[in-house]
Design a protein around this ligand. Structure first.
Ligand code: ADA
Ligand code: CA
Length: 307
């Protein structure tokens, strides 16, 4: 389509704010499996456009991301309040985009991928501007007010992106999302998460790798059906964490997953409705001692199966 200057659409997602011992699991063959059913209906990014600092707005034309985000407010009043705060205080102004530049660049705003659309980074390497993205660079990088690199609207997908240090808040997944060929070089607090005020749903993370997750790699605060397939990682508190003290249903399928340098658990949950299936999972904890009871930490043993 040509003619587009390639300036990412600048929108304010907030409510008027401008602020911006070692164990080894069984080995198995790596089968292929279809992509998730969710996230269909993606509108392809148009090829051939020029790159802009904040990514291409291709696919965002005539969309109002701030309005889309506001319309996704949950019905529950308490959650809606938290969500409003999230839009204003955490997300701030977002850049709507469906295509990256293919090269290295620094971003100063979260990238919003609209509902049902696909973002193709084309192999790009992203670094967050520490001040603009409020990244916590202190030990452990635990601050919860950090901005995410990406916000995936329901049904949105993302592929071919490398996220460098600082990991900031990584990727926020609203639900029914596919993450494919993503590398987190230094995840920090977490690499990707579903917040309690997001719809949740099917999440697939495939052909990806993640490192240095100070707390956890993937965090789920709302009911989801999660598939992590062909993933490798190192140095993490937990690979998957269901938010502490929650009891919603979380299904986790780990297929051809290899993690090392695990400190606390492969999966940790306090929920009687956390279910784990795994195939070709290998893991190695840091330190010494028997960590067998930490592989699926606090998950009811009857809820864990190997296939
Ligand atoms: C920590 C924190 C939770 C939640 C979570 C997250 O575990 O205790 O309240 O914020 O991080 O979503 O990253
Ligand atoms: Ca987090």
């Amino acid at each position: 389509m040509g003619g587009h200057a390639g300036v990412g659409a600048q929108v304010d997602a907030g409510l008027g704010s401008q602020s911006a011992g070692m164990h080894a699991g069984s080995a198995g063959s790596a089968g292929t499996s279809p992509m998730m059913e969710g996230g269909t209906g993606a509108i392809d990014a148009e090829p051939g456009g020029g790159a802009a600092d904040n990514g291409m707005a291709v696919g965002c034309t005539s969309l109002d991301p701030a309005q889309i985000l506001r319309d996704l407010a949950p019905k529950d009043a308490d959650l809606a309040g938290d969500y409003a705060d999230y839009l204003t205080d955490e997300l701030g102004t977002v850049t709507c985009a469906t295509e990256g530049t293919g090269g290295p660049r620094t971003i100063t705003q979260p990238i919003f991928v609209p509902p049902g659309m696909e973002y193709d980074g084309r192999g790009e390497t992203l670094t967050a501007d520490v001040a603009a993205m409020r990244c916590d660079t202190s030990e452990g990088e635990q601050a919860e007010s950090q901005r995410p690199y990406f916000v995936l609207a329901p049904g949105a997908s993302i592929k071919n992106v490398t996220i460098t240090y600082p990991g900031c808040e990584g990727i926020h997944m609203m639900g029914d999302n596919l993450l494919d060929h993503i590398t987190w070089q230094d995840a920090g607090e977490d690499a990707a998460s579903v917040r309690s005020y997001f719809p949740g749903g099917k999440i697939a993370i495939t052909n990806s790798e993640g490192h240095k997750a100070a707390d956890k790699m993937f965090q789920f605060n709302a009911p989801c059906d999660v598939r992590i397939e062909r993933f490798s990682g190192s140095d993490m508190g937990k690979l998957v964490r269901q938010n502490g003290g929650t009891e919603f249903e979380l299904k986790i399928d780990l297929n051809t997953v290899s993690v090392t340098g695990v400190i606390s658990a492969v999966v940790q949950s306090d929920s009687p409705l956390c279910f784990v299936r795994h195939h070709a999972l290998s893991y190695a904890f840091t330190g010494s001692g028997d960590k067998a009871d930490r592989v699926f930490r606090d998950v009811p043993p009857g809820n864990v199966s190997e296939y």
